[in-house]
Design a protein around this ligand. Sequence first.
Ligand code: HEC
Length: 293
Amino acid sequence: MKRLIFIFILLFANNSAWAVVNPADGTSGNIYTEILIVLFLVALLLLIVSVVLLKTVRVMANEIKVPGIIPATEPTKMLEYEEWLASETAEKSSKLSSWNKLLGLRPISEEKDMMLEHDFDGITELDNPTPVWFNAMFYGSILFAVIYLLNYHVLEWSPLQDEEYAIEMKAAKASKSAFLAKARNLIDETTVQVDGNAAVLAAGKTVFIQNCVACHASDGGGTVGPNLTDEYWIHGGTVNNIFKTIKYGIPEKGMIAWEKTLTVQQTSDVSNFILSLSGTKPANPKEPQGTKM
Ligand code: HEC
């Protein structure tokens, strides 16, 4: 075959008849080189194809023992071939065995041993082994189910969905109230509101009784500190002024800064409570201090 191609190329190479005459100027154009190249490429292609084909035939022969390849009249050759095939197969299978096992594959040479007995109109079935990956998944899922059952329903280590929902809702509620508490911290002397709500006043009164009576008397009439019920204020009588006085205090005059002791909510509440005291008649009112508001 190769020889044939070679001869063919030579034939082309030596035949000047292939030179074409250019009709425009009469010079003979030399397409000889191009043809040579094309032929060379074709030859190369043929060579590659024949090598591949040869290899395929060999592979097929090895795998499925094409009987025609080695004449039965040469028993020694046949024996050699069998030996070679056995060693080749062993080598190949040792190389591939772990991979094949994983995929549950067996060499095609074992096909006839894997054939199942039954036959449906010529359609037979191979008794292929179950792939390892499939078994792993199958037994893995059983194991998972057992662990799941024990975890969620027997030992009850992990919460079930509705429990989990409740837990999450609780956590969300907690974080919501934490946020609201923080949001309340946003109240300051500029944003504090007048609030006559009974609950606010009650909360404010509690704060007042607990912290302020020593200097302002339980009815706000004043002792060390000024009377908080009259219209006279040293530091202003609006809710904002009162809040500011309580928050920062007047340290040099003996009025403590309550910023660190009271929450802003408490400060706001007690400010409103003090506002609610105005106009009440304390038992022993201290004389007015500051300016009339
Ligand atoms: C240790 C004594 C003391 C305590 C306790 C105290 N105060 Fe005072 N408070 C004073 C003094 C003294 C003044 C007057 C400051 C000045 O003269 O500038 C004052 C002033 C004030 C004023 C301003 C009054 C005005 O006329 O402007 C307010 C409002 C006030 N106190 C609220 C409170 C509240 C609310 C508490 C409790 C959380 C409290 N005080 C606890 C001593 C105290």
